[in-house]
Design a protein around this ligand. Structure first.
Ligand code: UDX
Length: 456
């Protein structure tokens, strides 16, 4: 099929490259000439494992090309996927890029006789596609929806695993204005991807995306809340608790003698909170969307509240352990919102760093690839904050260390190294990656999230 995609950011480029790899003819559209040039030279404009190889293959087979001309792209394709950004600001998602894109598409559709489907992939709150998008398209094209197709096809891509997730989807959700729109978008996926295809209406598709991220965020905040109760009680390890909970057959079914261990049981772990470009933004957007509809989404609000306080709890435990933070040197291990990315957006590590600085600690932050981005958000200064990519430098003479991102290189630091390098080996494990017993045997004071000494 011939498909055009507007927006060559994270979602747009991954979608374009993956669809081209599956044999579609894809045209990526971006206003910036340098981005278009780089894509046509098979150079990815974002970092995502596996993308470079697939882009190279797609460009060399001429299955993918990039252009600045939306007109050319829409005219010679059957479907246009809109994958522009919808950043969250001032209590709502910003639809300006969506509005501009669909207005431009509508203008082009005015003079296109052949049937064309506009498919929204950007994350937008329910009702956006069947009101805002539809109205703009009808107004700009001078045609009623039905003469052109309209669909909403959300993405469920994890950063760092986006290519893998796109190529092996667990479900394909197609919200469609009518049957013809659905059948057209279905042809993109049918026979190419092995996953159930769900047909729903436009606003249901939008809601499925928010409800999915909201549920995952809820499970994380719930785990963190249980962890806090374990900490306040003592003698209970949240890791064991969650293992016990997820063995419920509704999480871990048994097929014959085989116990199925779904990814959820390893994904879910108490920690220092969720970050990234999706969970925080999507939960906040759903809260304000509900508020605007006159419904106060109390549970979603609590998810966010727990997530904000979780990193602070860890700092507070650290403070108690070292007897006050003023003038103490603290090493923060990891600033990316999760491993395998240099993305620091909404990272809980940033809250930890700010809180340590508020409490007058001297902070050394170490991360294999994210320090440059972190420095843009909280700039280094000579007196209290510096960044490094060398964990030994960070741990040297430190009064305490706090692990915020479970990078494998940090998980592999042996207990002896904490003892040798640090002035005072106090270690707060914000992701539960270390072995408590091994740490204590080496005389590291170990503080794990969701774990505290037995209190009679
Ligand atoms: C997420 C969803 O997983 C994906 O389906 C959706 O389409 C986009 O949002 P992503 O943000 O890339 O993907 O990362 P994910 O691996 O889900 O982690 C998000 C955050 O939650 C990270 O900060 C991670 O450290 C944190 N997390 C995850 C926890 O704190 N505890 C957990 O148990 C799991």
């Amino acid at each position: 099929m011939k498909i055009s995609i507007i927006g060559t950011g994270y979602v747009g480029l991954v979608t374009g490259v993956c669809l081209a790899t599956r044999g579609h003819q894809v045209i990526c559209v971006d206003k910036q000439e340098d981005i278009v040039k780089r894509i046509n030279e098979a150079q990815p404009t974002i970092y995502e494992p596996g993308l470079d190889e697939l882009l190279e293959g797609a460009v060399s087979k001429r299955n993918l090309l990039a252009t600045t001309s939306l007109m050319d792209a829409v005219k010679c394709t059957e479907v246009t996927i809109v994958a522009v950004g919808t950043p969250y600001s001032e209590g709502k998602i910003d639809l300006s890029q969506i509005k501009q894109s669909v207005r431009e598409i509508g203008d082009i559709l005015k003079n296109k006789d052949k049937y064309h489907v506009v498919c929204i992939k950007s994350t937008v709150v329910p009702t956006t596609t069947d009101t805002v998008v539809k109205n703009i398209l009808e107004e700009a094209s001078g045609k009623k929806a039905g003469r052109f197709g309209l669909a909403m096809n959300p993405e469920f891509l994890r950063e760092g695993k986006a290519v893998e997730d796109f190529m092996n989807p667990d479900r394909i959700v197609i919200g469609a204005y009518d049957k013809k729109s659905f059948n057209t978008v279905k042809r993109i996926y049918k026979d190419q991807f092995k996953a159930p295809i769900i047909r729903v209406n436009l606003r249901t598709a939008e809601m499925i995306k928010y409800a999915s991220n909201g549920l995952l965020a809820a499970l994380i905040s719930y785990s963190n809340e249980v962890a806090s109760i374990c900490e306040e009680t003592g003698g209970i390890d949240v890791k064991e608790v969650l293992e016990g909970v997820t063995l419920d057959k509704r999480f871990s079914p048994r097929v014959g003698d085989l116990l199925i261990n779904p990814e959820m049981t390893t994904y879910l772990m108490a920690g220092c909170g969720f970050g990234g470009s999706c969970f925080p933004k999507d939960v906040k957007a759903l809260v304000s969307f509900a508020d605007n509809r006159g419904y106060s989404a109390e549970m979603l609000k609590s998810i966010l509240k727990i997530n904000e306080t979780q990193p602070l709890r860890l700092v507070s435990r650290l403070e108690t352990a070292v007897g006050g933070l003023q003038g103490k040197k603290v090493a923060v291990l990891g600033v990316a919102f999760k491993p395998d990315t240099d993305d620091v957006r909404e990272s809980p590590a940033l809250i930890i760093i700010k809180e340590l600085l508020n409490k007058m600690a001297t902070v050394v932050v170490v991360d294999p690839i994210a320090v440059e981005n972190a420095d843009k958000v909280i700039p280094a200064n000579a007196s209290s904050l510096c960044y490094s990519s060398d964990y030994k430098y960070a741990l040297q003479d430190a009064d305490a260390a706090i692990l915020a991102t479970s990078w494998p290189e940090f998980s592999a630091i042996p207990a002896q190294e904490f003892v040798m390098l640090m002035k005072n080996p106090v270690l707060v494990d914000g992701r539960r990656v270390y072995d408590k017993q091994a740490m204590e045997a080496a005389e590291v004071e170990y503080i794990g999230v969701g774990l505290a000494e037995f209190l009679p």
